[in-house]
Write a new protein. Sequence first.
Length: 367
Amino acid sequence: RKSTGGKAPRKHVASKAARKSAVSGGGVKKPHRFRPGTVALREIRRTTNSVTMTSTWRQSLESVTLKDLLTNNEPIISAKTTDSPIAVLKSLLKNKLSSLALWDETKQEYVGFIDMVDLVTTVVTLCETKNVLDGITNRESDWYEYMSKEEELFKSEVVGTFSNASNRDPWCDVWEGKPLLSLLDMFSQEVNLHRVGVSNDQGKITAVMTQSRVIRHLAEDIKRFPEVGATLVSKFVKKCEVLTMTPQETALVGMQRMLERNVSSIAVVDPEGKLHAVLTPSDMKRSMEVNLFSDLYLPVALYLDKGNENFKDQSHTPVTCTEGDTLAQVLTKLVTHDVHRLFVVDAENKPTGVLSLGDLISVFESV
């Protein structure tokens, strides 16, 4: 048909129509090409927003002081240096704590901390003493008879002797006006520092600040910084050889391994290497009412089960995370389950790493 008038189709319009026809007919559509500099500017804006977010996060940590994290008139739960280890264990159990500040009546001041690792160190030393005696006498004495005598001796001791026996809980006090970011730096730099005394303007110790309390604050505060909370575990977790034991090995063996490696937990794994349970020094509180020492010679699986019978409200199902979890999710698990570490597991539930409170605090300090 002949044209009756009007302009002839422009060449590029015809070409555009041809391209559309080719795509609809099964051709390959060319990728969209941005104008020069568009992608670069987008990346700059993304990076700038991330840097700004990180900067604002650090400013938030700098603006909060230790006093802001403390509850008014919150008493310090403590023990006297002259108290017996059994009395301290009962206090730790009653108050659901892992450590107590030590008060010296003579000096009228706090002089240190006593925690479960210190007590476990002492108990393990007593157990090892039995092995030495067995070697000297060339005979194996009855474990229950030996430990029943040692338990009586243990009751007559004072905890001032055991303070920081593990060399993992030195005394340190800081001013209540210290920024939270500075405390994070202290916890990051000193691997054995898990808690500090907090002093007021007059130099009086008024509270104890623990890593757990700091983590609770961070778990709440990070909600205002979703980009920080979205950081994946894979970005900061360090894969390492996880300390393990079998369910058939005794609880005492597990405690000894922890002390030798200077860690506060050991994974109990099945024959396939899958995580079955976790043993920590705090588990010793579970058997203290009846057989504080003798139960340590039970297989660890039975030892933990026996403890669960006495503490119906607690579970030894391991709390874990994966490399695909976010920082915010990890914080939520720690706070919800009130634990001090998470084992990182793979798709087969085999432990590949451990995230402790100190590890996470180091992550925040370096953000």
